[in-house]
Design a protein around this ligand. Structure first.
Ligand code: HEM
Ligand code: HEM
Length: 183
């Protein structure tokens, strides 16, 4: 018979399938790029053109939106095996993961609405245009740009908490939680 720690180790390694792991790490790379570009691109004014770094932010953003949608569909159709956590940690991790998913949808959609309100087209891989989700010149779409910048910080804080939790599991609790998301 398999020893219980071997069994739990095996279960953790199989917790997320290869596609879920691929989506997780692809989103990490795309978000890192969005923060770097978002913070270094020039300030945007009324007559700014969506060129250079701004075009990159919209292009990477369009890819991110598509990947997040696919990731969420995959998540609903392929549930991971639950982690062996205490009830408190289980609730805290579910809340954090839930908020991360909410932020992964809300932050990009607000950026998209702001782009639409500026009359900028958002295209997947430079080809497939997404519909405009705010009217050109709409004050709401404009305000959404400001909220986008603020909520990007909230997303940043959630990611910091999430990474701190991963390090805590790896180096303090010394369990196999981090293995669950590794190849
Ligand atoms: C999670 C993904 C994203 C992150 C982390 C992010 C981050 C940022 C950051 C840090 C800024 C600068 C805010 C400031 O200086 O106040 C910004 C601005 C902007 N982002 Fe994003 N962004 C993301 C996704 C998107 C997407 C998907 C789009 C559109 C397709 C987009 C469009 C914009 C626009 C138009 C601005 C200028 C807003 C303004 O100044 O009014 N962003 N973003
Ligand atoms: C942009 C940064 C990140 C975002 C948005 C993010 C988002 C998420 C989300 C939403 C989940 C829940 C998965 C699900 O149950 O469907 C998750 C799980 C996980 N993430 Fe991240 N993550 C990020 C970065 C990282 C980093 C840098 C690490 C490692 C240091 C990491 C390690 C993990 C692990 C180990 C899990 C599995 C937790 C479990 O279910 O036991 N993540 N991540």
């Amino acid at each position: 018979m398999m020893r219980s720690d071997e069994a739990s180790s095996r279960r953790d390694l199989m917790a997320y399938d290869a596609v879920a792991k691929f989506f997780h790490w692809l989103v990490v790379v795309l978000i890192a790029a969005q923060f770097v570009i978002g913070w270094t691109m020039p300030d945007i004014h009324k007559d700014t053109r969506p060129d250079g770094l701004i075009a990159w932010h919209l292009g990477v953003g369009a890819t991110l939106i598509a990947v997040v949608v696919l990731r969420i569909v995959w998540r609903f159709t392929h549930r991971p095996t639950p982690a062996a956590l205490s009830p408190v940690l289980s609730v805290v991790s579910h809340i954090t993961h839930g908020l991360l998913y909410v932020a992964l949808v809300v932050v990009p959609v607000l950026g998209w609405a702001n782009a639409s309100s500026r009359g900028w087209s958002v295209r997947l891989l430079g080809l497939l245009p997404y519909p405009a989700i705010a009217q050109t010149g709409s004050p709401t779409g404009h305000a959404m740009g400001d909220i986008h910048g603020v909520l990007a910080w909230v997303l940043f804080a959630l990611i910091a908490l999430h990474v701190a939790a991963a390090l805590f599991h790896r180096f303090v609790l010394r369990d196999r939680i981090v293995q669950r998301m590794l190849p």
